[in-house]
Ligand binder design. Structure first.
Ligand SMILES: [Zn+2]
Ligand SMILES: [Zn+2]
Length: 399
């Protein structure tokens, strides 16, 4: 076992080694950035990462979870996985950067280009190290959207065996509001679990002049909306995060006809399984108001991504690496939100953690998914070094 001072020294050396490959990291990131591909269409991207990883001597599997790539460095157990998502967004880039997207209407506005560069960088750094066991790199398709069956890249890769033999899994996500040079870590829930719901409120149509002869589904829907909006404030324990939002509302065709039905869709967010179950029950109860008033309803739920729940030991390992590489004041607490991230699917099965990588240096802050989002490429060396050093420490401590 190394003493604290030796870990600190190793961390500083790893960061220096990562900074020495900065040009390569930027070149990879810019290449991905200029040629972005949407979810489950990452064929060029996947071929590129697979080729690079083969060049590093990895055993590479292509077509995992449709367009994903799995690459193993080293042999056997213990095994820690490093995950990087590969998909871009349907967005027209406005940064004006020399390396801006060359694909009209498609942009790496969520920083997945940087995630891949950091993972490739970690692989390159690890080819120069001795370690027990293996590191598995998961280049994941389609984090942002599901396929025709509503299933995104992480569960698709899991179904294809990407986690077999994996003891722990780590990932990072760039963060626009956090300065380059800092990371954020968290123990426990760090993102929201998400389910969608699709409903219809059913009344009885009729002439707009004779509402007493119809059963107005708009009137029913108005009561349902009230009940839906009271769920979080009146029914959920205040220390349990939860969201219920309506995303669409459609009914009727013209001004003087009361329609039969109103269609409504929405989302729900949670971090605890019990809250997820309660939200499902309460949303149904809210729609029961339509029955109480003489109408009816139909609803179906589509189960989505589970919450990311960061494992205490893996999270503390990443935080310790961060403190050694970047100094304690640059390891910040995670900014909790109920946005969804399908990395939670991996962490449902294997202990893991996601850390946030600060990317901002100067100028106004443009958030992720903004057509002006860009990042300070100095963050790439930090991401690569934290990945590599965390993997080394995990493998050496668990051999
Ligand atoms: Zn995104
Ligand atoms: Zn993302």
């Amino acid at each position: 076992m190394l003493c604290g001072e030796s870990w600190l020294l190793k961390g500083i050396i790893m960061l220096a080694k990562a900074k020495a490959i900065q040009d390569q990291l930027s070149a990879w990131r810019r290449d991905f950035h200029m040629q972005p591909e949407l979810g489950f269409q990452e064929t060029r991207t996947a071929a590129k990462v697979a080729g690079i990883m083969e060049g590093f001597g990895c055993r590479v599997r292509r077509g995992v979870g449709r367009t994903g790539v799995v690459a193993d460095l080293g042999n056997g157990s213990p095994c820690i996985a490093v995950r990087a998502d590969m998909d871009a967004l349907p967005l027209q880039e406005l940064t004006g950067a020399a390396y801006a997207s060359q694909v009209p209407g498609v942009m790496h506005a969520c920083g997945h280009d940087a995630h891949m560069a950091c993972a490739l960088g970690a692989a390159l750094l690890l080819t120069r190290e001795q370690f027990p066991g293996s590191v598995r790199f998961l280049f994941q398709p389609s984090e942002e959207v599901g396929d025709s069956e509503g299933i995104s890249g992480a569960p698709r890769m899991i179904a294809d065996g990407a986690l077999e033999g994996v003891d722990a899994v780590i990932a990072l996500h760039v963060e626009a509001v956090t300065p380059c040079g800092a990371i954020r870590t968290e123990v426990g829930p760090a993102s929201g679990g998400v389910d969608s719901w699709f409903a219809e409120v059913i009344g009885r149509g009729g002439h707009g002049a004779y509402p007493h002869e119809a059963l107005d589904p708009f009137f029913l829907t108005a009561q349902v909306i009230n009940a839906l909006n009271a769920i979080v404030s009146r029914r959920i324990y205040p220390f349990h995060p939860a969201v219920v939002s309506i995303g669409s509302l459609h009914g009727g065709h013209t001004e003087n006809v009361i329609p039969d039905r109103v269609k409504m869709t929405g989302t729900l967010r949670y971090t605890e399984k019990a809250v997820q179950e309660q939200l499902h029950a309460e949303i149904r109860r809210a729609f029961e108001v339509a029955r109480t008033l003489g109408g009816d309803y139909e609803i179906k739920f589509e189960l989505g991504t589970p919450p990311m729940v960061n494992h205490p030991e893996i999270s503390e390992l990443v935080a310790a690496v961060g403190r050694d590489l970047l100094r304690a004041e640059n390891v910040l607490p995670w900014r909790k939100e109920l946005g969804a991230e399908d990395f939670g699917c991996f962490m449902d099965l294997v202990p893991g953690t996601m850390f946030a990588l600060g990317t901002h240096s100067t100028g106004p802050v443009f958030g992720l998914h903004n057509p002006n989002y860009d990042l300070d490429e100095d963050c790439l060396a930090i991401g690569a070094a934290v990945f590599a050093e965390t993997a080394l420490r995990f493998l050496r401590q668990n051999m």
